[in-house]
Design a protein around this ligand. Structure first.
Ligand SMILES: [Zn+2]
Ligand SMILES: [Zn+2]
Length: 330
């Protein structure tokens, strides 16, 4: 087996590791066969679950597709053609698998190190997580960190992010990963029929040891977003489409003119995709559904503002605790 020297990118396909890669396609260095395979699965969609352990190296389509996602492959339609639903279906299929991968990492992995968001944004390809031992104790700090890191890994692979210049990319990730994290917490609450957000093992998202905040304020953080998501019964498909729209946000501060322009273009594509999805799914009530779904963004923002308020009070009252760098805004 060829050993690739450190500091030099492998010449091999990052999916099969058997053939040489033919360049960068769908977000990874891959060979033509793996590139075509990825596209075929998205557009044909028939992916039977793995009949073995989920780690097959040969023949199993499920495991090959899983390796595509792990290697950072993703698909974004260049426009949503109203007469052809295939790109929309393929895109949603892709997004659901990206989310499954993120959820898997959240539940089963650890991230070693303490990078800044800027450093994370400069890493080429997916972030490297390692398996979490079964007996590894998880507390609030660990959950907040692994949620943040898996969110960054999820967001940084999307086409509109990977196409940005380094400064814009770092900014976009810095201002969006936390909002995405709380949105995904609320979706998990909905899946579990829970009226409040919590971490996967039930750990509370807020610690009640800050002077000067009321129980009502804390309950707002726990319940407001989950209540809205529950009320609307947001589906996994809608969650994924909203994720693209909300966090491809040209209104964020400090973006360059070209960065802003690109986010604007992509956000329009994503928004028309959601509208199209609503028409296919809800017919006459589509416009109302579309508006309701977009209104979730305000609830995400107000929840984040409350969390940062709590966070500043906490930092003032407990100043010496070490905080992971992704949460430090410079
Ligand atoms: Zn290959
Ligand atoms: Zn398999």
């Amino acid at each position: 087996m060829e050993v690739v020297p450190a500091g030099r990118r492998s010449e091999m396909c990052s999916i099969c590791n058997v053939r040489a890669h033919n360049g960068f396609s769908y977000g990874a260095y891959c060979c033509n066969a793996c590139k075509m395979f990825f596209r075929r699965v998205l557009f044909v969609g028939n992916l039977e679950p793995c009949k073995s352990s989920g780690n097959c190296l040969k023949k199993c389509r499920f495991c090959r597709f899983k390796r595509c996602i792990e290697a950072g492959m993703t698909y974004t339609p260049s426009e949503i053609d109203m007469n052809n639903t295939d790109p929309l279906t393929a895109w949603i299929f892709n997004l659901k698998h990206q989310e499954t991968h993120r959820e898997f990492q959240l539940l089963n992995c650890l991230f070693e190190g303490d990078p800044t968001v800027k450093e994370v944004s400069e890493i080429d390809g997916p972030l490297q997580f390692r398996p979490r031992p079964l007996n590894h104790p998880m507390d609030l700090g660990e959950w907040v960190f692994i949620t943040g890191m898996t969110s960054l890994n999820f967001l940084k692979r999307f086409t509109h992010v990977s196409m940005m210049n380094p400064a814009d990319k770092a900014n976009l990730l810095k201002y969006t990963f936390f909002d995405f994290s709380i949105f995904s917490d609320a979706i998990r609450a909905n899946v579990r029929n829970q009226e409040f957000i919590s971490f996967p093992d039930g750990t509370e998202v807020v610690e009640v040891r800050v002077d000067g905040v009321t129980e009502t304020f804390l309950n707002g953080i726990r319940c407001r977003l989950a209540a809205r998501v529950n009320e609307l019964r947001v589906t996994q498909e809608e969650f994924m489409l909203l994720t693209q729209i909300f966090f491809c946000n040209p209104a964020l501060p400090n973006l360059t003119v070209s960065g802003r322009g690109m986010l604007n273009t992509y956000q329009k594509i994503y928004t028309s995709a959601l509208l199209r999805y609503c028409f296919l799914t809800y017919q006459q009530s589509a416009p109302a559904r579309f508006t309701d779904l977009l209104s979730i963004f305000q609830v995400i923002v107000s929840t984040r503002q409350d969390i940062s308020h709590l966070f500043y009070l906490n930092t003032m009252q407990h100043p010496y605790e070490n905080l992971k760098q992704i949460f430090i805004f410079r």
